[in-house]
Design a protein around this ligand. Structure first.
Ligand code: ADP
Ligand code: MG
Length: 268
């Protein structure tokens, strides 16, 4: 068998067996193997390692896309010097993801523009890179999906789907108040996850203001906070909006705030 024919046949075989990562690297690995006189076993192991790496990468890409981050933010673009509240070692620890193993929560509380969403996404991206199931939703969208699902008699399906998510990021709790039904549906999701699945919640409200979002229902607000905060790291961000400060410092204008970007991801 000629080398060219073998090369073509090999590529075809690997593709038809759905081993595309190996198909992409087999030729250059074979060249390297000849030059460096690898054993057959070494060569085969390198080809399989290429396939493993490619599968890992596509699984991570898939997890990140399923998480529906409004944009992908990471820690390397976060300036801890400009942030007051979160510390770099604490956030790095959370990016390690052990809080997800322990089904613990994170609450980011603080004024607008202080990096709550950025840090939540960064932690979520790291979790997705570890192939965890992550979902990012604004609190208002989450409640809307729950209400819609209930109206369509599909609530338990959505609840099951949400429960399969290992890290639920509920952003902007407090921007939009909920009616009683919405508040109770949100409470059910949080209560269901208690000690079983992790939540990251971001809010611009102090804890005393929570009833305001839940139609003035003090009991519901206390019950919600109780479930969320029992095993939670609470990170309070402080200070002026990072974007505003940048603008006042005379930097180039920032892109439009993510909060204003219309986005209505479907989770059903
Ligand atoms: P919040 O969710 O607290 O309202 P965001 O996380 O959306 O704030 O931050 C607003 C914008 O400012 C985003 O573009 C974010 O990337 C940026 N930002 C906020 N704090 C920092 C920081 N300390 N370093 C770098 N960028 C920051
Ligand atoms: Mg935000």
């Amino acid at each position: 068998m000629s080398r060219v024919a073998t090369k073509e046949l090999l590529g075809e075989q690997l593709r038809s067996l759905k081993i595309p990562g190996a198909a992409r690297s087999v030729e250059s690995l074979a060249r390297q193997a000849r030059e460096e006189k690898w054993s057959y076993e070494e060569f085969l192991s390198e080809v399989l390692a290429a396939e493993q790496a490619s599968r890992h990468e596509s699984a991570v890409r898939q997890r990140i896309s399923e998480a529906r981050f409004p944009e992908v933010k990471t820690l390397d673009t976060f300036d801890f010097g400009a942030a007051s509240g979160p510390s770099a070692p604490q956030i790095a620890e959370l990016c390690g993801g052990s809080f997800i193993d322990r089904a613990e929560n994170i609450i980011f509380a603080g004024p607008i523009g202080t990096g709550k969403t950025h840090l939540s996404i960064a932690i979520g991206v790291e979790a997705a890179r570890k192939r965890r199931r992550v979902l990012f939703l604004r609190a208002a969208d989450l409640v809307r999906f729950l209400v819609e699902a209930r109206d369509a008699r599909e609530l338990s399906r959505l609840q099951r789907k949400l429960h399969s998510i290992e890290l639920l990021i509920c952003d902007e709790f407090g921007f939009v108040p909920f009616d009683r039904v919405g508040g109770e549906l949100l409470f059910n999701i949080i209560a269901e996850r208690y000690e079983r699945r992790s939540v990251i919640l971001t809010t611009n409200l102090s804890f005393g203001e929570w009833p305001k979002v839940l139609g003035g229902d003090e009991k519901l607000a206390t019950a919600l906070l109780d479930r969320l905060a029992h095993h939670a790291v609470v990170i309070t961000t402080k200070g002026k909006s990072y974007r505003m400060r940048k603008r006042l410092d005379g930097d180039a204008p920032s892109p439009p705030p993510t909060e204003l970007t219309p986005k209505t991801p479907r989770v059903k």
